[in-house]
Design a protein. Structure first.
Length: 371
């Protein structure tokens, strides 16, 4: 395919994951002519492998601002594109006094965005949970049908006039030109959203920002209780994973206790949580392993850890596995990589595992700077 078959675009977006689609969506709202180039036939990366959890409340700083902006866009996109976005919130289960202390501090900091729950209130909302002494509700959080969302958004954007070029790799970007495996396209501006593969096009940039890959062990299991679970469910291990809790003075007590009780789980970066899929099954996880190049071999002990801890949380002896997979996302010391390698080009990667939560709020600020 040559450039003569591609009309010049106001904006070329490289990557049709959620981060790329967020930029295409914002560009459409601004009336721009957009072309999206994706190396696969459909999105297969982190955008479809995550929990489908719009984890808004547990963010801090710029991430919280982006997440709050993204929230209204998710609900609108769900209506426009026809996929499920449920305003179900998140329940955080406290199984120890120090975990409840963190949530109490967090509620004092966040006001009405955090609702403390006693044991009886948790039992009403999460009767499946074992060993719980209390917890909190984060009412702003969303649950998204992540396996349907990326494809539905792409279809809706195509109906708005966005050109999608699938199964095509970008091989290079210069001012005014995006070169691909099927030819070149001229454009005034480009946004490159390759996630953890930013080093494939911009290796020096990735190295300068210390971008690594994070591998997550995740599973889908049958719900052993067979009942609706509307909110996402977090636990004490989750308190160690999200920046929003870092300002809580009691957090080190949780970290020290969990490290003493479950050293392997803490070393594996366990975020013990789950969400329910529309079919009733549970997406459970997850562990975290970081490197520039990930080993292709997964350690069965990590899956066993997630399964055992989730079964204990749910008060059952074991769980029936329906699917297993490895998620991969970009990780770096800073939560967002936004760079300008050349005129008219932005490289954008959410380097903190919260791309789905924040991308729809991040994209407007990127396009503001680019335009």
């Amino acid at each position: 395919m040559t450039s003569s078959r591609w009309p010049q675009a106001d904006l070329v977006v490289v990557g049709a994951g959620i981060v790329g689609l967020a930029h295409a969506y914002d560009a459409v709202l601004r009336g721009l002519e957009v072309t999206v180039i994706e190396r696969n036939e459909f999105a297969v990366g982190a955008s479809v492998r995550n929990f489908g959890h719009g984890c808004i409340t547990a963010q801090s700083g710029a991430a919280l601002d982006y997440a709050m902006q993204a929230r209204s866009r998710w609900t609108q996109l769900g209506k426009n594109a026809g996929f499920a976005v449920a305003e179900t919130g998140t329940i955080v289960l406290a199984r120890a006094a120090d975990e409840l202390a963190v949530l109490t501090e967090f509620a004092e900091q966040r006001g009405d965005d955090v609702v403390l729950l006693d044991r009886a209130a948790i039992a009403d909302r999460a009767p499946f949970a074992a060993g719980v002494i209390g917890g909190a509700l984060f009412p702003l959080d969303l649950r998204i049908d992540v396996r349907a969302a990326a494809a539905a958004i792409a279809t809706w954007l195509a109906d708005q006039g966005v050109r999608f070029v699938w199964d095509t790799s970008v091989t290079g970007i210069e001012p005014g030109v995006v070169r691909t495996s099927r030819g070149s396209i001229t454009t005034r501006r480009a946004v490159v959203c390759l996630g953890h593969d930013v080093d494939r096009l911009f290796p020096d940039l990735a190295f300068a920002h210390d971008v690594r890959r994070c591998a997550l062990q995740m599973l889908r299991v049958a719900d052993p209780h067979g009942r609706p679970i509307a909110p996402a469910v977090l636990t004490g291990h989750s308190l160690l994973r999200y920046d929003g809790f870092e300002d809580c003075a009691s957090l080190p007590e949780v970290r020290n206790r969990l490290t003493a009780e479950s050293p392997y789980a803490v070393a594996a970066g366990l975020n013990l949580m789950f969400t329910q899929r529309p079919d009733g099954s549970l997406t459970i996880g997850d562990t975290h392993d970081y490197d520039r190049t990930l080993s292709p071999f997964t350690d069965e002990r990590l899956d066993a850890l997630v399964l055992d801890e989730t079964a204990r949380l749910l008060g059952v002896p074991q769980l029936r596995v329906l699917e297993r997979w490895q998620g991969v996302y970009a990780s770096a010391p800073e939560p967002f990589l936004i760079a300008t390698p050349t005129d008219g080009v932005r490289v954008v990667s959410v380097t903190s595992g919260i791309g789905m939560t924040t991308a729809l709020g991040l994209a407007p600020s990127v396009l503001d700077s680019l335009l």
